[in-house]
Design a protein around this ligand. Sequence first.
Ligand SMILES: [Zn+2]
Length: 321
Amino acid sequence: MATYAGVDLGATNLRAVVADADGTILGSDREPVPRGPNGLAVTEAILDRLRAASAAASVEPEDIKAVGIAAAGRLDLTDGLVEPTNISVGEVPLRGPVSNLLDTENVYLHKDVAAGVIGERYHAERNPDDMVYLTISSGIGAGIAVDGNILAGWDGNAGEAGHLTVDPAGRMTCGCGHDGHWEAYCSGANIPDYARLLWKDDNRPETALPIESEEFTAADVFEKANDAFAAQVVERLAEWNAMGMANLVHSYAPLVVSIGGAVALNNESLVVDPIRDRLDDLVMTNVPEVRLTALGDDVVVEGALASALTGGTGDTTDRRN
Ligand SMILES: [Zn+2]
């Protein structure tokens, strides 16, 4: 039986799935990403997850015809590796070791958000050629399909939408070291610091938010959105998010934008609806359909698998005809 695999090397979790030619998952495995001691330890963990998912599917790793690998971090497509930005392990070799284990040359390596758009495209009813997958999570990024092509860039790092400059005043400094980037304001990791900035600007108003506590998280802002100050923060986040989205729409002309990531998935009415509400006023071209991903937390691993099933594109045209 022809089988296919998907791997999601995320910020915290490492997942592998093995599926049949219809994309029905036969076996899967999941463990936390090892925090060290080096990149090879992460590579070994990926091979272990693939072995375990194969065992769960009752197939040998060599029976897998193609595999998609989605990785969070800076990709190097030439050498087939990734340098994760969230853990200090250096370079993690991917293509070579996985190709050896599965005894196949069909290894498709993508940035996590690119896998996201492949998964969304594959599972969308109309299989659109032009779509964007936007994640609003601990970071922000976008996977982009234009004219049926998944944009990668020469090294695989197209789609770093979180590092688009949205604030020319540059009041917040991004984790990348530059000022005014979208994710410095609106990612889950940075919302608390941005809320603190707004609170000081506003002369420290009364608020139910634990604004000065180290325990203060993005989730607090959305959970207490009926607090007057929290509502103000939610409003400002919506403005930046809508601006970032309008930049993506003007750049890529998507028919559909699907949004995922924990910040969006957990707060659709406070994060996704306000973007949709503002787009008409911000976009001078056609306004795309904006929706929450139906794949939830599985969007990246499903996208990696969809890449294996479709030769790296998510295009199901052949399948449909
Ligand atoms: Zn940045």
